[in-house]
Design a protein around this ligand. Structure first.
Ligand code: NZQ
Ligand code: ZN
Length: 386
C-alpha cells in the first residue's frame, strides 16, 4: 500500500426530512446566494423546503446553471456575489450546480486576470468562500469532494480543478429527492458512480486489500439496487443505498493508498465538450474500449473484478478479464445506456485525432495508472469506441 494522508471535512446530513435542518448549519449573519439549475427544484418541492428552512436569513437567488456548468453563466453569478456582498454560497442541485458553486467559491478569492486560469493553471485552490450543498441528484460525489469540472462553450473545453478549500462545509442528502429524477438521469448516476469506482480500482494489484473490497462492495451495491431504483425512484430502500453509494464512490476514501487511472474521464470530458453528450454516457462509451485496449496491464484486476463482482469463476486470467469487460458493458446496456459514439452522433469521424491533438497541446503525454497512456493511445481507444 502507498503512503497517504486523508482528510475529508464535509459534514454529511443524511436522511428523510433533513433539509429542515439547514438553518443550523449556516452562520446566523450570513448573506446567502442560493444557486440552482434549470428549475427542477421548483417543481419537486425542494425549493419550498429550502426557502422555509432559510426564512430567517438574507437570501439572494441565482438560477439557470445548466448541466455541464457553463463558464459564461457562472461569471454572471460572480457579478451578483460581488454586487450583493454575498458571504455564503448554497448549492441546491446535482453535480453541475455543486461544481459551479465550487468554481465560484474559488473565483471570489482569485486575484489574477481571469478566473478561467483556475482551470488551466493546475494550481489547487487554497482559499474559497464557504459553501454548503443540498444534493438533488446522486451521481458525481461532488457533495463530498473538493473537485469540480467547468465547461466553456466558446472554446469547446471542459476542464477540471479543485483544492483543499473546496470541500463543502456540509451536504444534506435526503434520498426522497430522487423520486422526481427522470429515469435517464438515474441511469447516468448509476454509470457515473460505477465508473468513479472503476477509475480508482481497475489498475493493478497494489496490496490495497481493504480498498479493493470497499470498491467491490460499492460496485455490487450499485448493481444490486439498479433495477429497483430504475423501476421506482420512490423506493426509499433503493434510493438511500443509491445515494450513499454515489457519495462513497468519490469522496476520496477508496482511492487512498492505491494507484488511480482517470483516463476514462479525461477522454470522456472531450466527448462532452465536442458533442454535448451527458457526462456518464461519455464514460460508458469510452470505458469498455479503454479496458479492452489496456487488457495486458489491467488483466489481474479485471479478472479479480469479474470473479468478485460478477461471479465469473471459470477460465484463465485472460478469459475472466474479458468476461469482466463484457459484464461491464452489459450492465451499462441494462440501465439503458448505449456504449458506442456512433449511437450518439453521426459526426464522429475525426474525433480520435482531435482528442489526441488536444491532449498533446495540453502536454498530457502520459495518463493512467502507469503514466504511459500517450495521446496516440487515446486516439486508438476513442476510435475503438466509434
Ligand atoms: O437543472 P435542473 O432543472 O435542476 O435539472 C437537472 C439537470 O437537468 C436534473 N435534476 C437534478 N436533480 C433533479 C433533477 N431533475 C429532477 N429531479 C431532481 N431531483 O438532472 C439534470 C442533470 O443534472 P447535473 O447536475 O448536470 O447532473 P450530474 O449530477 O450528473 O452532474 C454532471 C456534472 O458533474 C461533473 C460532470 O462532468 C458534469 O459536468 N462531474 C463532477 C465531478 C466532481 N465534482 O467530483 C466528478 C464527475 O466525474 C463529473 O465529471
Ligand atoms: Zn464522473
Amino acid at each position: 500500500m502507498n503512503n497517504f494522508e486523508f482528510k475529508n471535512p464535509t459534514k454529511i446530513i443524511f436522511g428523510k426530512g433533513k433539509i429542515a435542518n439547514l438553518s443550523k448549519e449556516i452562520p446566523a449573519n450570513a448573506k446567502i446566494l442560493l444557486l440552482y439549475g434549470g428549475g427542477s427544484i421548483k417543481s419537486n418541492g425542494v425549493y419550498e423546503q429550502v426557502k422555509k428552512a432559510l426564512s430567517s436569513f438574507d437570501v439572494v437567488e441565482f438560477g439557470g446553471i445548466p448541466a455541464n456548468p457553463e463558464y459564461a453563466v457562472l461569471m454572471e453569478a460572480l457579478k451578483v456575489i460581488k454586487s450583493e456582498k454575498i458571504t455564503f454560497l448554497l448549492a441546491v442541485g446535482g453535480g453541475s450546480v455543486i461544481d459551479g458553486t465550487k468554481f465560484l467559491s474559488a473565483a471570489t478569492e482569485y486575484e489574477g486576470e481571469t478566473p478561467w486560469d483556475l482551470l488551466t493553471s493546475g494550481k489547487p485552490s487554497l482559499k474559497g468562500m464557504p459553501f454548503g450543498t443540498i444534493l438533488t441528484l446522486p451521481a458525481t460525489g461532488s457533495e463530498m469532494n473538493s473537485g469540480y469540472v467547468i465547461t466553456r462553450k466558446e472554446t469547446k473545453e471542459k476542464l477540471a480543478s479543485g483544492g483543499p478549500a473546496l470541500f463543502p462545509l456540509f451536504s444534506i442528502l435526503d434520498p426522497q429527492v430522487i423520486s422526481s429524477i427522470p429515469q435517464i438521469q438515474i441511469a447516468n448516476g448509476l454509470v457515473d458512480a460505477f465508473t468513479h469506482v472503476m477509475e480508482q480500482y481497475m489498475t493493478y494489484p497494489a496490496n490495497g486489500l481493504l480498498q479493493d473490497r470497499f470498491a467491490e462492495s460499492i460496485l455490487q451495491t450499485l448493481v444490486e439496487i439498479a433495477p429497483a431504483i430504475l423501476k421506482n425512484p420512490s423506493d426509499y430502500n433503493a434510493a438511500s443505498n443509491f445515494m450513499w453509494s454515489c457519495t462513497m464512490a468519490l469522496n476520496g476514501l477508496i482511492g487512498e493508498g492505491v494507484p488511480g487511472d482517470w483516463a476514462v474521464h479525461m477522454m470522456g470530458h472531450e466527448l462532452t465538450a465536442m458533442f454535448g453528450i451527458d457526462h456518464a454516457r461519455t464514460l460508458a462509451i469510452i470505458a469498455p474500449s479503454h479496458y479492452r485496449y489496456n487488457i495486458e496491464t489491467k488483466k489481474e484486476k479485471l479478472a479479480q473484478y469479474a470473479e468478485r463482482v460478477w461471479g465469473v469463476t471459470n477460465g484463465t486470467i485472460e478469459e475472466k478479464a474479458k468476461a469482466g469487460i463484457d459484464k461491464t458493458e452489459e450492465f451499462f446496456h441494462s440501465v439503458g445506456i448505449k456504449t458506442k459514439l456512433s449511437e450518439y452522433t453521426a459526426e464522429f469521424a475525426g474525433t480520435a485525432e482531435i482528442v489526441s491533438k488536444r491532449f498533446t497541446d495540453r502536454g498530457w503525454m502520459g495518463l493512467g495508472e502507469h503514466q504511459k497512456l500517450a495521446p496516440a493511445d487515446a486516439a486508438k481507444i476513442v476510435e475503438m469506441s466509434y
